[in-house]
Write a protein that binds this ligand. Structure first.
Ligand code: GAL
Length: 439
């Protein structure tokens, strides 16, 4: 096969324009289309396919991905897009399937990854990714992507990923009618104590207070990291992942106790339920709350039911933004390297990101977009993202090495059954030691 670098030279010969000018004007909830009515920039790379790998198969995820596909197709209408998505929240099945492909020398043309530890350990260190620093330079992404995200996408001075969207992990969604029926009021934020008081009221009325799905192994760790952020505060939370704050601290004990208490209010069938199954309980009124990343809000947008539901920072976390970033990579030996490169140009463009965001429930990774074009949720999130400390997510690959991440998930699976606070803390301390976090 011709080397990637040669393909790149070919691509420059064939490419007529950058993705920045394509016209993607499908229905976009809450978005003003006028500003994006530009002509498509044609792209002719001479390759017939583009294979994209992700785990975006649930409602809002699939809808968001479709928007990115539409954006690509607007620039390259003759290219067949092969959607190689593997279902399972937070990549629970996809990441293993992708490893098998990469190790077998069978990469897709691009795959979804979180920047940070996941990008580094799973993909860049083993040599599966091509640097895309030249694309950052050519497309002006250095001026558009916030510094923190750019840093997380950079390894040894080279960029390996273009961020597409920024999710907030620490959000609690609620069913307005269920709360109203039970006399529970939610303001702009909610403390942990007020949350538990609301849960007591709801449980007393035979309503499931907190919907949880734990089938994919990331959902309970996701809830736990929200509780860690609430209990420790942003600075100490960050210190847990750098080794500056000990996992044996009293604050961590207290966070685990709060976690155990929260689990008293969840649906019993959580081991058989996905994150979107849990969100469905809130949507159909059988539960009041769920704590999840804002991809869950995408499902509300998709059903056009924004008036019936509310959102607030997860209890006690209104001063923090747990950041879950999605991006795409360029593989070594991409089967269709010119299309792969065009895909990255498209998903890095302002137009694609602003079209994608409401469906996916995220905000664009680019900060040079006019946030008044976002829906109400997006404006809330963009404002908090701009003003609050950004905390890395462990459940979504940024904070810890894959090994530490999976030892946390495994320990939490056990905890869901035995609720043994000391045992969980011990497992976390061991996991941190193994990860070289110096305790
Ligand atoms: C996250 C990912 C989100 C969303 C979520 C649930 O890891 O960043 O985009 O897909 O998993 O599957």
């Amino acid at each position: 096969m011709q080397s990637f670098r040669n393909h790149r030279i070919d691509r420059r010969r064939f490419s007529i324009g950058s993705a920045a000018a394509f016209a993607a004007v499908p229905f976009m909830p809450g978005i003003n289309l006028a500003a994006q009515d530009a002509s498509p920039a044609a792209f002719e790379g001479g390759e017939d396919q583009l294979e994209i790998f992700s785990w975006w198969t649930a409602g809002s995820e699939a809808a968001g991905l479709e928007e990115l596909f539409n954006a690509f197709s607007a620039t390259a209408p003759d290219v067949e897009i092969v959607n190689a998505a593997v279902a399972g929240g937070a990549g629970s099945n996809a990441q293993a399937a992708l490893q098998t492909r990469l190790q077998g020398g069978d990469p897709p043309d691009s795959w979804q990854s979180h920047p940070g530890e996941e990008l580094l350990a799973r993909y860049v260190e083993p040599g599966f990714c091509e640097p895309i620093t030249y694309l950052w330079d050519e497309e002006g992404w250095n001026d558009a992507i916030p510094e923190g995200l750019a840093e997380q996408s950079t390894i040894d001075g080279e960029k390996y990923l273009i961020p597409v969207g920024v999710h907030r992990g620490n959000v609690m969604f609620y069913n307005r009618q269920v709360l109203e029926d039970n006399g529970v009021e939610i303001g702009d934020s909610i403390s942990v104590d007020d949350f538990f008081a609301a849960c007591d009221t709801l449980q007393g009325a035979d309503v499931t207070p907190l919907a949880l799905g734990s089938i994919d192994g990331f959902e309970a760790p996701h809830m736990f990291e929200c509780i860690l952020a609430a209990t420790l505060g942003p600075e100490s939370y960050n210190g847990l992942w750098t080794g500056e704050v000990g996992w044996d601290s009293e604050e961590v004990t207290s966070a685990i106790e709060t976690f155990a208490r929260a689990l008293d209010y969840v649906n019993e069938d959580h081991p058989a339920l996905t994150w979107d199954g849990a969100m469905e309980y809130v949507l159909d009124g059988s539960a009041a709350f769920t704590i999840m990343g804002d991809w869950a809000w995408g499902n509300v947008v998709l059903q056009e039911r924004e008036d019936e539901f509310g959102y607030v920072a997860a209890p006690g976390t209104e001063n923090a933004f747990i950041t879950v970033v999605d991006g795409f990579t360029l593989p070594v030996n991409a089967p269709h390297p010119m299309n792969a490169e065009q895909w990255l140009r498209v998903v890095g463009s302002a137009e694609a990101q602003i079209t994608f965001a409401p469906f996916k429930g995220c905000i664009p990774a680019r900060t040079d977009v006019d946030t008044s074009q976002l829906n109400e949720y997006g404006q809330w999130s963009a404002n908090d993202f701009a003003n609050l400390p950004s905390l890395p997510s462990n459940a979504h690959g940024a904070a810890a090495s894959p090994q530490f991440q999976s030892s946390i998930s495994e320990a939490i699976v056990t905890f869901l059954v035995d609720k043994d606070v000391a045992m969980l803390q011990e497992a976390l301390v061991f996991g941190a030691e193994d990860a070289g976090l110096g305790q």
